[in-house]
Write a protein that binds this ligand. Sequence first.
Ligand code: HAM
Length: 425
Amino acid sequence: MKYRAIKGVKDILPGETEKWYFIEKNARDLFETFGFSEIRIPIIEKTALFARGIGETTDIVEKEMYSFEDKGGESITLRPEGTASVVRAYIEHGLYNNHSLTKLYYMGPMFRHERPQAGRYRQFYQIGAEIFGEDSPSIDADIITLLMDLFKRLGLNNIELQLNSLGCERCRPVFRESLVDFLKKRLPMLCEDCNRRFERNPLRVLDCKSKTCSEVMRDSPGMEGSRCEKCQRHLDGVIEYLLIAGIRYILNPRLARGLDYYTRTTFEITDKRLGAQNAIAGGGRYDSLVKDFGGPQISAIGFAIGVERIVSLIDMGDKVIPGSSPEVYIAALGEEANRMAFDLLRQIRLRGIRCETSYSDQRFVPKKSLKSQMKKANQYGVSYTLIIGDNELRNGKVILRDMKKAEQEEVDIEDIVKVLVERIG
Ligand code: HAM
């Protein structure tokens, strides 16, 4: 084969796309109920936006971004995530002037140059949500509830919600300090990357997935010992509201989340059925990012779901959405019949009924027997087949065959569309 899709990038084929519609439809419905509006953000942005937003010393920015110089010499990056772009758009269009509370959602591809493996792609899709303008812990619980409700609707029942609070600009440095103290004595046991992380951004050592580093970090100090009173009270508030919503959680004081913009609440949803890449969604608060990007002091919180990982977990069972298989098939025999079949095909489709035909035309393609056309109708699994022959046409009739009952009748041509609409609805 001459061309193949590039490594880490995959086609989503018919048969699977139905699952995507199912996920997207449920997400849109729920977002609407929770008062969100859709925002469509560009796929490319200035590199500096992500470098500043996600953090210069994160793995995403250091190693994983698809960045290139455009023809004007500007450094451009294919978005590795959506939050930085949504924040930029929120400030650029002064969305905070419209409402004190702004709820936005987005869907689309993201790009990270990671080592591809099961559940990890270089182009992957996220469904994300961001809320601007509210500090109350009840909004944290509200957005987590949305996420858990969505997973419930999708039939994911084996998931775990991990929760942490990374504190604020006052207590985070205390945590950083205790982490540095812990790491200093264990540097030879940590991987090369983590030795580098220790120098530049020690918190990121918590993200390392390598076996030895994870083992070392099991005894590392968690955030709980460093949190200031206000941040602890905020976390207690989130928990209180989660309990009201009946949402179970696991406190994970070492959940650091790989991106630098988080403050206070962070969370991740995992599913044990997945392998190493078991996070199906993650998110958290980022109360300084709007200001850091040159906007007013406005707090925010959000999440993003990894769609491929959800797709791999969903069992559609009886929830299959009607696909594009036809409901009616038109079999035609003869030149006049072929033309009538083409006309009826269009009329039936205009009434919203899925219809296929044999595209019979002896002048260009070998003659298709009635038997082969009926075989096709059976393969499609249609409910009705129209059989049009030149003889019937002379009497202004077509044959309508009910495929399930295996019965057929003659119907006047001018009535056939109406009859089909009545029967199929
Ligand atoms: P993230 O944890 O980097 O967060 O990504 C969110 C989800 O995207 C992950 O939990 C995972 O399911 C999926 N994901 C990430 N990388 C890949 C990959 N290479 N292949 C397949 N799926 C992947 C964010 O992106 C933040 N922007 C979330 C957020 C929104 N925080 C606040 N607002």
